[in-house]
Design a protein around this ligand. Structure first.
Ligand code: ATP
Length: 476
Protein backbone atom coordinates (compact mmCIF):
# COMPACT_ATOMS: atom_id res chain seq x y z
CA UNK A 1 0.00 0.00 0.00
CA UNK A 2 1.39 3.45 -0.91
CA UNK A 3 2.62 5.13 2.26
CA UNK A 4 0.74 8.42 1.98
CA UNK A 5 -2.51 6.67 1.10
CA UNK A 6 -2.08 4.65 4.24
CA UNK A 7 -1.89 7.76 6.44
CA UNK A 8 -4.93 9.27 4.70
CA UNK A 9 -6.83 6.02 5.22
CA UNK A 10 -5.95 6.02 8.90
CA UNK A 11 -6.92 9.66 9.40
CA UNK A 12 -10.27 9.00 7.76
CA UNK A 13 -10.85 5.79 9.74
CA UNK A 14 -10.00 7.67 12.95
CA UNK A 15 -12.63 10.27 12.21
CA UNK A 16 -15.26 7.88 10.82
CA UNK A 17 -15.06 5.48 13.75
CA UNK A 18 -14.55 7.97 16.56
CA UNK A 19 -10.89 7.46 17.38
CA UNK A 20 -9.68 11.04 16.86
CA UNK A 21 -11.45 14.31 15.98
CA UNK A 22 -10.14 17.75 15.17
CA UNK A 23 -10.42 19.94 18.28
CA UNK A 24 -13.29 22.49 18.27
CA UNK A 25 -14.44 21.06 14.96
CA UNK A 26 -17.88 22.71 15.03
CA UNK A 27 -16.05 26.06 15.11
CA UNK A 28 -13.86 25.18 12.16
CA UNK A 29 -11.20 23.42 14.22
CA UNK A 30 -8.11 24.56 16.11
CA UNK A 31 -4.91 23.75 14.25
CA UNK A 32 -2.69 21.03 15.71
CA UNK A 33 -5.12 20.17 18.52
CA UNK A 34 -7.03 16.89 18.57
CA UNK A 35 -9.65 15.19 20.69
CA UNK A 36 -9.80 11.46 21.33
CA UNK A 37 -13.29 10.05 20.78
CA UNK A 38 -14.97 7.00 22.35
CA UNK A 39 -12.63 4.44 20.75
CA UNK A 40 -9.57 6.72 20.79
CA UNK A 41 -9.82 7.52 24.48
CA UNK A 42 -9.92 3.76 25.23
CA UNK A 43 -6.90 3.18 22.99
CA UNK A 44 -4.97 6.00 24.62
CA UNK A 45 -5.85 4.78 28.10
CA UNK A 46 -4.69 1.29 27.16
CA UNK A 47 -1.36 2.68 25.87
CA UNK A 48 -0.87 4.60 29.13
CA UNK A 49 -1.83 1.54 31.19
CA UNK A 50 0.52 -0.75 29.23
CA UNK A 51 3.38 1.71 29.85
CA UNK A 52 2.53 2.09 33.54
CA UNK A 53 2.18 -1.65 34.01
CA UNK A 54 5.56 -2.45 32.49
CA UNK A 55 7.47 0.44 34.08
CA UNK A 56 5.88 0.77 37.52
CA UNK A 57 3.62 -2.17 38.38
CA UNK A 58 5.95 -4.91 37.14
CA UNK A 59 9.16 -3.44 38.54
CA UNK A 60 10.40 -3.16 42.11
CA UNK A 61 12.75 -0.31 41.29
CA UNK A 62 10.40 2.30 39.77
CA UNK A 63 7.70 4.33 41.55
CA UNK A 64 5.05 6.62 40.12
CA UNK A 65 4.38 10.33 40.42
CA UNK A 66 1.75 12.77 39.19
CA UNK A 67 2.93 16.40 39.29
CA UNK A 68 1.14 19.66 38.61
CA UNK A 69 1.60 21.28 35.22
CA UNK A 70 2.33 24.72 36.68
CA UNK A 71 5.63 24.94 38.50
CA UNK A 72 7.77 27.58 40.17
CA UNK A 73 9.37 29.79 37.47
CA UNK A 74 12.83 29.06 38.82
CA UNK A 75 12.42 25.41 37.85
CA UNK A 76 12.65 26.45 34.20
CA UNK A 77 15.56 28.78 34.86
CA UNK A 78 17.51 25.99 36.55
CA UNK A 79 16.60 23.37 33.95
CA UNK A 80 17.79 25.66 31.15
CA UNK A 81 14.39 25.86 29.45
CA UNK A 82 13.81 29.56 30.23
CA UNK A 83 16.96 30.56 28.34
CA UNK A 84 17.61 27.78 25.87
CA UNK A 85 14.39 25.93 25.00
CA UNK A 86 13.96 27.39 21.55
CA UNK A 87 14.02 26.21 17.96
CA UNK A 88 16.17 28.03 15.45
CA UNK A 89 13.76 29.40 12.87
CA UNK A 90 13.73 31.45 9.71
CA UNK A 91 10.92 33.29 7.92
CA UNK A 92 10.31 33.00 4.18
CA UNK A 93 10.50 36.53 2.68
CA UNK A 94 8.03 35.55 -0.01
CA UNK A 95 5.17 34.06 2.01
CA UNK A 96 6.03 35.05 5.61
CA UNK A 97 5.78 31.48 6.85
CA UNK A 98 8.09 30.56 9.72
CA UNK A 99 10.00 27.26 9.50
CA UNK A 100 12.44 25.33 11.66
CA UNK A 101 15.85 25.55 10.01
CA UNK A 102 16.59 21.88 10.74
CA UNK A 103 13.36 20.89 8.95
CA UNK A 104 14.16 22.64 5.64
CA UNK A 105 14.94 20.43 2.68
CA UNK A 106 17.49 21.23 -0.02
CA UNK A 107 16.32 22.27 -3.46
CA UNK A 108 16.69 19.48 -5.99
CA UNK A 109 20.30 18.64 -6.87
CA UNK A 110 21.60 21.09 -4.25
CA UNK A 111 23.71 20.00 -1.37
CA UNK A 112 24.75 23.25 0.29
CA UNK A 113 24.57 23.48 4.06
CA UNK A 114 23.40 27.12 4.34
CA UNK A 115 19.98 28.60 3.65
CA UNK A 116 20.71 29.63 0.06
CA UNK A 117 19.70 26.28 -1.37
CA UNK A 118 16.86 25.46 1.00
CA UNK A 119 13.22 25.36 -0.10
CA UNK A 120 10.31 26.98 1.72
CA UNK A 121 7.88 24.13 2.52
CA UNK A 122 4.91 26.52 2.22
CA UNK A 123 5.48 28.30 -1.13
CA UNK A 124 8.46 26.51 -2.68
CA UNK A 125 10.69 29.61 -2.93
CA UNK A 126 14.38 28.77 -2.81
CA UNK A 127 16.86 30.67 -0.62
CA UNK A 128 14.49 33.50 0.31
CA UNK A 129 15.01 33.31 4.06
CA UNK A 130 15.65 35.79 6.87
CA UNK A 131 18.58 35.33 9.27
CA UNK A 132 17.98 32.36 11.59
CA UNK A 133 16.82 33.30 15.08
CA UNK A 134 15.67 31.48 18.23
CA UNK A 135 11.92 30.98 18.78
CA UNK A 136 10.89 30.20 22.35
CA UNK A 137 8.76 27.07 22.63
CA UNK A 138 7.27 27.49 26.11
CA UNK A 139 3.74 28.85 26.51
CA UNK A 140 3.45 31.65 29.05
CA UNK A 141 0.50 32.53 31.23
CA UNK A 142 -0.28 34.61 34.31
CA UNK A 143 -0.97 33.10 37.70
CA UNK A 144 -2.80 35.04 40.41
CA UNK A 145 -5.83 37.28 40.26
CA UNK A 146 -4.28 40.54 41.47
CA UNK A 147 -2.18 42.81 39.27
CA UNK A 148 0.45 43.29 42.00
CA UNK A 149 1.12 39.70 42.91
CA UNK A 150 0.41 37.88 39.68
CA UNK A 151 3.41 36.27 38.09
CA UNK A 152 4.37 34.90 34.73
CA UNK A 153 4.55 31.15 34.71
CA UNK A 154 5.01 28.54 32.01
CA UNK A 155 3.06 25.52 30.91
CA UNK A 156 5.54 22.66 31.31
CA UNK A 157 7.23 21.64 28.04
CA UNK A 158 8.15 18.23 29.55
CA UNK A 159 7.09 16.25 32.61
CA UNK A 160 10.67 15.41 33.61
CA UNK A 161 11.37 18.50 35.71
CA UNK A 162 8.49 17.66 38.06
CA UNK A 163 10.30 14.41 38.77
CA UNK A 164 13.67 16.04 39.49
CA UNK A 165 12.18 18.54 41.93
CA UNK A 166 10.44 15.69 43.79
CA UNK A 167 13.54 13.48 43.97
CA UNK A 168 14.12 14.40 47.64
CA UNK A 169 10.43 13.94 48.54
CA UNK A 170 10.34 10.46 47.06
CA UNK A 171 13.60 9.47 48.77
CA UNK A 172 12.39 10.74 52.13
CA UNK A 173 8.96 9.11 52.00
CA UNK A 174 9.72 5.69 50.57
CA UNK A 175 12.31 3.07 51.42
CA UNK A 176 13.62 3.06 47.90
CA UNK A 177 17.37 3.08 47.34
CA UNK A 178 19.51 3.88 44.37
CA UNK A 179 19.36 2.55 41.67
CA UNK A 180 15.69 3.48 41.24
CA UNK A 181 13.39 5.35 38.90
CA UNK A 182 10.43 7.72 39.09
CA UNK A 183 7.83 7.52 36.34
CA UNK A 184 5.19 9.98 35.29
CA UNK A 185 2.59 10.36 32.55
CA UNK A 186 1.13 13.77 31.80
CA UNK A 187 0.43 16.62 29.44
CA UNK A 188 3.20 18.82 28.07
CA UNK A 189 2.95 21.92 25.93
CA UNK A 190 5.25 23.35 23.26
CA UNK A 191 4.53 26.15 20.86
CA UNK A 192 5.89 24.06 17.99
CA UNK A 193 6.86 25.97 14.86
CA UNK A 194 5.60 23.34 12.46
CA UNK A 195 2.87 20.90 13.32
CA UNK A 196 0.97 18.96 10.58
CA UNK A 197 1.13 15.17 10.31
CA UNK A 198 -1.97 14.50 12.40
CA UNK A 199 -1.15 13.68 16.04
CA UNK A 200 2.57 13.19 15.39
CA UNK A 201 3.56 16.72 16.40
CA UNK A 202 1.05 18.84 18.27
CA UNK A 203 1.28 21.79 20.65
CA UNK A 204 -0.42 19.96 23.51
CA UNK A 205 0.61 16.34 23.95
CA UNK A 206 1.12 13.65 26.51
CA UNK A 207 4.47 12.27 27.61
CA UNK A 208 5.46 9.18 29.55
CA UNK A 209 8.83 9.72 31.20
CA UNK A 210 11.12 7.83 33.54
CA UNK A 211 14.03 9.40 35.37
CA UNK A 212 16.20 6.53 36.53
CA UNK A 213 18.71 7.55 39.23
CA UNK A 214 21.90 5.55 39.54
CA UNK A 215 25.42 5.80 40.91
CA UNK A 216 27.99 7.47 38.65
CA UNK A 217 29.95 4.70 36.98
CA UNK A 218 26.90 2.44 36.64
CA UNK A 219 25.16 4.80 34.20
CA UNK A 220 26.42 3.06 31.06
CA UNK A 221 24.98 -0.28 32.17
CA UNK A 222 21.58 1.27 32.99
CA UNK A 223 21.55 3.15 29.71
CA UNK A 224 21.95 -0.18 27.89
CA UNK A 225 19.25 -1.73 30.08
CA UNK A 226 16.68 0.97 29.25
CA UNK A 227 17.54 0.97 25.55
CA UNK A 228 16.70 -2.70 25.34
CA UNK A 229 13.70 -2.56 27.70
CA UNK A 230 12.01 0.30 25.91
CA UNK A 231 12.69 -1.07 22.42
CA UNK A 232 11.15 -4.40 23.43
CA UNK A 233 8.09 -2.68 24.92
CA UNK A 234 6.96 -1.60 21.45
CA UNK A 235 7.71 -5.02 19.95
CA UNK A 236 5.84 -6.82 22.72
CA UNK A 237 2.79 -4.68 21.98
CA UNK A 238 2.80 -5.78 18.38
CA UNK A 239 4.89 -3.22 16.47
CA UNK A 240 6.53 -5.02 13.53
CA UNK A 241 10.27 -5.39 13.89
CA UNK A 242 10.99 -4.05 10.41
CA UNK A 243 9.27 -0.76 11.33
CA UNK A 244 11.26 -0.10 14.48
CA UNK A 245 14.91 0.83 14.99
CA UNK A 246 17.31 2.40 17.46
CA UNK A 247 19.25 5.38 16.16
CA UNK A 248 22.14 6.63 18.31
CA UNK A 249 22.61 10.41 18.21
CA UNK A 250 25.64 11.84 16.45
CA UNK A 251 28.03 13.80 18.70
CA UNK A 252 26.79 17.14 17.29
CA UNK A 253 23.14 16.24 18.02
CA UNK A 254 23.75 15.64 21.73
CA UNK A 255 22.59 18.19 24.29
CA UNK A 256 25.64 19.69 26.05
CA UNK A 257 24.93 17.80 29.28
CA UNK A 258 24.09 14.43 27.69
CA UNK A 259 26.69 11.70 27.60
CA UNK A 260 24.73 9.56 25.16
CA UNK A 261 21.30 9.53 23.53
CA UNK A 262 19.45 7.12 21.31
CA UNK A 263 16.06 7.48 19.63
CA UNK A 264 13.57 4.67 19.21
CA UNK A 265 12.36 5.39 15.69
CA UNK A 266 9.29 4.19 13.84
CA UNK A 267 8.89 4.09 10.07
CA UNK A 268 5.92 6.46 9.77
CA UNK A 269 4.01 6.64 6.48
CA UNK A 270 4.60 10.37 5.92
CA UNK A 271 7.12 9.96 3.13
CA UNK A 272 8.92 6.96 1.78
CA UNK A 273 11.18 5.52 4.49
CA UNK A 274 10.35 8.28 6.95
CA UNK A 275 11.96 7.17 10.19
CA UNK A 276 10.85 9.46 13.00
CA UNK A 277 11.40 9.61 16.76
CA UNK A 278 8.94 7.79 18.98
CA UNK A 279 10.99 8.02 22.13
CA UNK A 280 14.36 9.38 23.25
CA UNK A 281 16.59 7.61 25.78
CA UNK A 282 19.34 9.81 27.20
CA UNK A 283 22.13 9.60 29.72
CA UNK A 284 21.65 13.03 31.35
CA UNK A 285 24.52 12.59 33.82
CA UNK A 286 24.07 14.54 37.09
CA UNK A 287 23.16 17.74 35.23
CA UNK A 288 19.53 18.18 36.35
CA UNK A 289 19.94 17.55 40.07
CA UNK A 290 23.03 19.80 40.15
CA UNK A 291 21.13 22.55 38.39
CA UNK A 292 18.22 22.33 40.85
CA UNK A 293 20.65 22.55 43.75
CA UNK A 294 21.92 25.78 42.20
CA UNK A 295 18.30 26.92 41.82
CA UNK A 296 17.59 26.20 45.50
CA UNK A 297 20.65 28.17 46.64
CA UNK A 298 19.80 31.04 44.30
CA UNK A 299 16.27 31.29 45.68
CA UNK A 300 17.51 31.24 49.28
CA UNK A 301 19.78 34.20 48.52
CA UNK A 302 16.94 35.96 46.69
CA UNK A 303 14.64 35.73 49.73
CA UNK A 304 17.14 37.95 51.57
CA UNK A 305 17.56 40.54 48.82
CA UNK A 306 14.22 40.30 46.98
CA UNK A 307 13.95 41.97 43.54
CA UNK A 308 12.42 40.86 40.27
CA UNK A 309 12.21 37.06 40.27
CA UNK A 310 11.75 36.94 36.51
CA UNK A 311 15.19 38.54 36.00
CA UNK A 312 17.02 36.28 38.44
CA UNK A 313 20.28 34.65 37.33
CA UNK A 314 21.50 31.39 38.83
CA UNK A 315 24.27 31.56 41.43
CA UNK A 316 27.39 29.65 40.51
CA UNK A 317 27.67 26.10 41.75
CA UNK A 318 29.30 25.57 45.14
CA UNK A 319 32.47 23.53 45.19
CA UNK A 320 31.04 20.99 47.60
CA UNK A 321 27.99 20.35 45.39
CA UNK A 322 28.41 16.61 45.89
CA UNK A 323 27.20 17.15 49.47
CA UNK A 324 24.25 19.40 48.52
CA UNK A 325 20.56 18.91 49.42
CA UNK A 326 19.89 16.77 46.35
CA UNK A 327 22.83 14.47 46.94
CA UNK A 328 22.40 10.84 47.96
CA UNK A 329 24.18 8.94 50.70
CA UNK A 330 25.03 5.41 49.72
CA UNK A 331 24.99 3.38 52.96
CA UNK A 332 26.86 0.42 51.51
CA UNK A 333 29.68 2.30 49.80
CA UNK A 334 29.64 4.96 52.57
CA UNK A 335 29.82 7.76 50.06
CA UNK A 336 27.73 10.75 49.04
CA UNK A 337 27.18 11.74 45.43
CA UNK A 338 24.77 13.40 43.00
CA UNK A 339 23.10 10.55 41.12
CA UNK A 340 23.36 10.14 37.38
CA UNK A 341 20.11 9.92 35.42
CA UNK A 342 18.99 7.78 32.53
CA UNK A 343 15.83 9.20 30.94
CA UNK A 344 13.54 7.23 28.63
CA UNK A 345 11.06 9.82 27.36
CA UNK A 346 8.15 8.63 25.22
CA UNK A 347 5.13 10.30 23.64
CA UNK A 348 1.72 8.75 24.31
CA UNK A 349 0.09 10.38 21.26
CA UNK A 350 2.96 9.47 18.98
CA UNK A 351 2.80 5.91 20.27
CA UNK A 352 -0.95 5.83 19.59
CA UNK A 353 -0.26 6.91 16.01
CA UNK A 354 2.42 4.26 15.59
CA UNK A 355 0.13 1.55 17.02
CA UNK A 356 -2.68 2.67 14.69
CA UNK A 357 -0.44 2.75 11.63
CA UNK A 358 1.15 -0.59 12.40
CA UNK A 359 -2.16 -2.31 13.13
CA UNK A 360 -3.95 -0.96 10.05
CA UNK A 361 -4.49 -3.51 7.31
CA UNK A 362 -6.73 -4.22 4.38
CA UNK A 363 -7.73 -7.57 2.94
CA UNK A 364 -10.54 -9.04 0.91
CA UNK A 365 -13.47 -11.10 2.15
CA UNK A 366 -15.87 -12.61 -0.40
CA UNK A 367 -14.75 -10.06 -2.99
CA UNK A 368 -15.24 -7.12 -0.63
CA UNK A 369 -12.53 -4.92 0.87
CA UNK A 370 -12.15 -5.30 4.61
CA UNK A 371 -10.18 -2.70 6.60
CA UNK A 372 -9.11 -3.74 10.03
CA UNK A 373 -6.91 -2.83 12.97
CA UNK A 374 -4.84 -5.77 14.10
CA UNK A 375 -4.28 -4.34 17.59
CA UNK A 376 -2.50 -6.27 20.30
CA UNK A 377 -5.29 -7.38 22.71
CA UNK A 378 -3.93 -5.18 25.50
CA UNK A 379 -4.40 -2.11 23.31
CA UNK A 380 -7.70 -2.96 21.62
CA UNK A 381 -10.32 -0.40 22.74
CA UNK A 382 -13.02 -3.10 22.90
CA UNK A 383 -12.00 -6.67 23.78
CA UNK A 384 -15.20 -8.46 22.82
CA UNK A 385 -18.43 -7.64 20.99
CA UNK A 386 -21.57 -9.63 21.75
CA UNK A 387 -24.31 -10.10 19.15
CA UNK A 388 -27.63 -11.92 18.89
CA UNK A 389 -27.78 -13.32 15.35
CA UNK A 390 -31.32 -12.00 14.96
CA UNK A 391 -33.38 -9.59 17.01
CA UNK A 392 -36.04 -12.12 18.02
CA UNK A 393 -36.71 -15.59 19.50
CA UNK A 394 -35.19 -14.63 22.85
CA UNK A 395 -31.66 -14.32 21.40
CA UNK A 396 -31.17 -10.66 22.44
CA UNK A 397 -31.96 -11.59 26.07
CA UNK A 398 -29.33 -14.36 26.12
CA UNK A 399 -26.76 -12.08 24.44
CA UNK A 400 -27.48 -9.26 26.91
CA UNK A 401 -26.92 -11.62 29.84
CA UNK A 402 -23.56 -12.66 28.44
CA UNK A 403 -22.67 -9.01 27.84
CA UNK A 404 -23.71 -7.97 31.37
CA UNK A 405 -21.50 -10.66 32.83
CA UNK A 406 -18.43 -10.02 30.62
CA UNK A 407 -18.42 -6.25 30.96
CA UNK A 408 -17.44 -6.60 34.61
CA UNK A 409 -14.09 -7.95 33.44
CA UNK A 410 -13.47 -6.62 29.92
CA UNK A 411 -14.39 -3.61 27.87
CA UNK A 412 -17.27 -5.04 25.78
CA UNK A 413 -19.79 -3.88 23.22
CA UNK A 414 -23.33 -5.08 22.58
CA UNK A 415 -24.81 -4.74 19.09
CA UNK A 416 -28.03 -6.11 17.61
CA UNK A 417 -28.41 -3.80 14.61
CA UNK A 418 -27.95 -4.77 10.92
CA UNK A 419 -26.72 -8.01 9.35
CA UNK A 420 -24.17 -9.96 11.36
CA UNK A 421 -21.56 -9.67 8.57
CA UNK A 422 -21.73 -5.89 8.78
CA UNK A 423 -21.44 -6.02 12.55
CA UNK A 424 -18.26 -8.12 12.18
CA UNK A 425 -16.79 -5.56 9.73
CA UNK A 426 -17.48 -2.70 12.14
CA UNK A 427 -15.69 -4.52 14.93
CA UNK A 428 -12.75 -5.39 12.62
CA UNK A 429 -12.36 -1.68 11.90
CA UNK A 430 -12.41 -0.90 15.61
CA UNK A 431 -9.76 -3.58 16.22
CA UNK A 432 -11.98 -5.78 18.47
CA UNK A 433 -10.22 -9.15 18.82
CA UNK A 434 -13.33 -11.31 19.44
CA UNK A 435 -17.01 -11.32 18.45
CA UNK A 436 -19.40 -13.62 20.28
CA UNK A 437 -22.63 -14.53 18.51
CA UNK A 438 -25.74 -16.06 20.03
CA UNK A 439 -27.83 -18.04 17.51
CA UNK A 440 -30.62 -20.61 17.35
CA UNK A 441 -28.34 -23.44 18.48
CA UNK A 442 -27.49 -21.49 21.67
CA UNK A 443 -30.96 -22.16 22.97
CA UNK A 444 -30.52 -25.89 22.43
CA UNK A 445 -27.01 -26.54 23.72
CA UNK A 446 -25.86 -23.37 25.51
CA UNK A 447 -23.05 -22.75 23.02
CA UNK A 448 -22.08 -19.57 21.16
CA UNK A 449 -19.71 -18.88 18.26
CA UNK A 450 -16.51 -16.99 18.96
CA UNK A 451 -15.02 -15.34 15.90
CA UNK A 452 -11.41 -14.20 15.89
CA UNK A 453 -10.67 -10.88 14.14
CA UNK A 454 -7.43 -11.64 12.24
CA UNK A 455 -8.10 -15.16 10.97
CA UNK A 456 -11.92 -14.77 10.97
CA UNK A 457 -12.02 -18.38 12.26
CA UNK A 458 -15.03 -19.32 14.31
CA UNK A 459 -15.41 -21.93 17.02
CA UNK A 460 -18.27 -22.97 19.25
CA UNK A 461 -17.84 -22.91 22.98
CA UNK A 462 -20.13 -23.20 25.95
CA UNK A 463 -21.41 -19.94 27.45
CA UNK A 464 -19.93 -20.96 30.82
CA UNK A 465 -16.44 -21.05 29.22
CA UNK A 466 -16.52 -17.66 27.50
CA UNK A 467 -14.97 -15.64 30.32
CA UNK A 468 -12.08 -18.05 30.81
CA UNK A 469 -11.61 -18.35 27.04
CA UNK A 470 -11.25 -14.58 26.69
CA UNK A 471 -8.94 -14.37 29.70
CA UNK A 472 -6.59 -16.90 28.17
CA UNK A 473 -6.67 -15.56 24.62
CA UNK A 474 -6.39 -11.93 25.64
CA UNK A 475 -3.78 -12.70 28.29
CA UNK A 476 -5.18 -9.97 30.57
P1 ATP B 1 11.39 16.43 18.05
O1 ATP B 1 12.84 16.43 17.68
O2 ATP B 1 10.54 15.49 17.23
O3 ATP B 1 10.80 17.80 18.19
P2 ATP B 1 12.21 16.13 20.73
O4 ATP B 1 13.53 15.45 20.57
O5 ATP B 1 12.16 17.58 21.04
O6 ATP B 1 11.27 15.80 19.49
P3 ATP B 1 11.77 15.11 23.32
O7 ATP B 1 11.97 16.40 23.98
O8 ATP B 1 12.88 14.10 23.38
O9 ATP B 1 11.37 15.35 21.80
O10 ATP B 1 10.41 14.51 23.83
C1 ATP B 1 10.24 13.13 24.14
C2 ATP B 1 9.08 12.53 23.41
O11 ATP B 1 7.90 13.33 23.58
C3 ATP B 1 9.27 12.45 21.89
O12 ATP B 1 10.00 11.30 21.54
C4 ATP B 1 7.85 12.40 21.40
O13 ATP B 1 7.33 11.07 21.46
C5 ATP B 1 7.11 13.26 22.40
N1 ATP B 1 6.93 14.61 21.84
C6 ATP B 1 7.80 15.65 21.89
N2 ATP B 1 7.30 16.73 21.27
C7 ATP B 1 6.06 16.37 20.81
C8 ATP B 1 5.02 17.04 20.10
N3 ATP B 1 5.14 18.31 19.76
N4 ATP B 1 3.90 16.35 19.79
C9 ATP B 1 3.74 15.06 20.15
N5 ATP B 1 4.68 14.38 20.83
C10 ATP B 1 5.83 15.01 21.17
Amino acid sequence: MATLTKLDDIVSLCKRRGFIFQSSEIYGGLASCYDYGPLGSELKRNVRNAWWKSTVQMRDDVVGLDCSIFMHPLVWKASGHADKFADIVTVCKKCNVRSRVDHLANAENKKAEGLADKVCPACGAVGQFTEPMPFRLMFETQMGANVDDSMTIFLRPETAQGIFVNFRNVLDTTRIKIPFGIAQIGKSFRNEVTTKRFIFRTREFEQAEIEFFCAPGTDKQWYEHWKETRFNWYLNLGIKKENLRLRPHEKDELAHYAKACVDVEYKFPFDVDDWQELEGIANRTDFDLRQHQRGMRTLNAWYEKKGDLSKIELNSESEDYQKGPLSYFDEEGKQRFIPYVIEPSAGIDRSCLAFLVDAYDEDEVNGEKRSLLRFHPALAPVKAAIFPLVKKDGLPEIARNIYDDLKKYFSCFYDEKSAVGRRYRRQDEAGTPFCITVDGQTKEDQTVTVRERDSMKQERINISQVKQYLREKLDI
